[in-house]
Design a binder for this molecule. Sequence first.
Ligand SMILES: [Zn+2]
Ligand SMILES: [Zn+2]
Ligand SMILES: [Zn+2]
Ligand SMILES: [Zn+2]
Ligand SMILES: [Zn+2]
Ligand SMILES: [Zn+2]
Length: 453
Amino acid sequence: MRQSAIEGVAGVFGVSEAAATALLIGSRWSLSAEEVMQNDALFEKAANLLLSVSTHSTQPPISVVHLVHTASIEAECPICADKEFLETLECGHAVCAACWKSYLSLKILDEGAALVSCPMAPCNVAVSPAFVANLVNNATAAKYSALQLNSFVNDSPSLVFCPAPDCQNAISCPAAAKLPPPSSILPAHLNSIIPTVSCSCGHSFCFSCSLPAHQPAPCGLIKLWLTKCADDSETANWICANTKDCPKCSSAIEKNGGCNHMTCRKCRHEFCWICSADWRGHNCSTYEPNTKATTDQERSRASLERYLHYFNRYANHDQSMKLDAALSEKIALKIVEIQEKCEMSWIEAQFMTEAKEVLLASRRVLKWTYCFAFYLQKNNACILFETNQEDLEKAVESLSGLLERDFSDVAQIASLRAQVLDKAVYVSHRRDTLLNTTLGDLKEGKFDWVIAK
Ligand SMILES: [Zn+2]
Ligand SMILES: [Zn+2]
Ligand SMILES: [Zn+2]
Ligand SMILES: [Zn+2]
Ligand SMILES: [Zn+2]
Ligand SMILES: [Zn+2]
């Protein structure tokens, strides 16, 4: 993409690739050869730019000349005054290899320049990556190319680098331009879409703020929420404890999977891990406000309870995601077992892996719905949101429970597989419904927000 932009512009203007790169960096990569060719006004603008390209408006313009073959000549170096073989740049200025090396290293390694110009000031002819590669070591040449790529990605509104550690991919999202960083949270920011992209390395993240994928909560809310949670990290430690007592017989129960539907080993009591209520017929995703609070103390207690309600569920799904992810190894073993015992093909046995992916992606959405709901004021859109949240929550927990079932009974495997597949389809459907409805309502500005100033 970057290379074709350079070649295209170099072709249109009949200039070297270094010159075209200079032009593109100067125009913040906003030119494409096709656009220039099709539009006379743009051609004129680009031609003018060519005469006075600058990397940043504060720097002197970088001029551009047609490609002249570089040559080595023996003469006195204008920098160190030694008699040496000199390397000539397109502009005709020549310095010795040692001076080139120290000049280029200074510019590229120390100053991090995406575009290095001729060392003979005030000449501003750009030095091409190919010219650089002939004079410096591989690491420095690679750094120069990387700096140029960086400037390309950072100045392209539809490109970002994947934030995963060790991943060098740049991801394009033509549908979404990077949003300006919200200095304060304005309703307009909250009503924007949340562009989410997936890198081929497997990482999925928000195109706008580069945090891990956080739909349906807008970027602005995420920042507020994460700051608030960081201030309350002790609460988080308390909530993320992995053992609790059975509400009926008080025997300790350890949570070793993501599922929040607990069954006590001792008394078979079924309860909700999050709120400890009886599992049957209970709904705990919606917060029921304490309306009787009248004194300041009661009100501040009610506001803490409200926060804990949402934080508890947010933290639980976060924790469950980690436990579900740890399930992967167990699932891999189960797949081998199922294949051997049931003569199932490898493809057929993949249903566990597919269902786990659905589970993880849906839990992530569910987790962020609690951040979202914390900042919502009750209105019709909010009530619809909570209904969708409750439906998704139930679907997710039942899929989670299915995946923790015992898959060793050969007679049961076919029916269990059908159940898992059905449930996974249902969960995906619930998740899509929640996301589509919520993102639509966001765009139309149907939500009212509670944001403490
Ligand atoms: Zn020299
Ligand atoms: Zn020069
Ligand atoms: Zn990546
Ligand atoms: Zn974001
Ligand atoms: Zn019990
Ligand atoms: Zn509950």
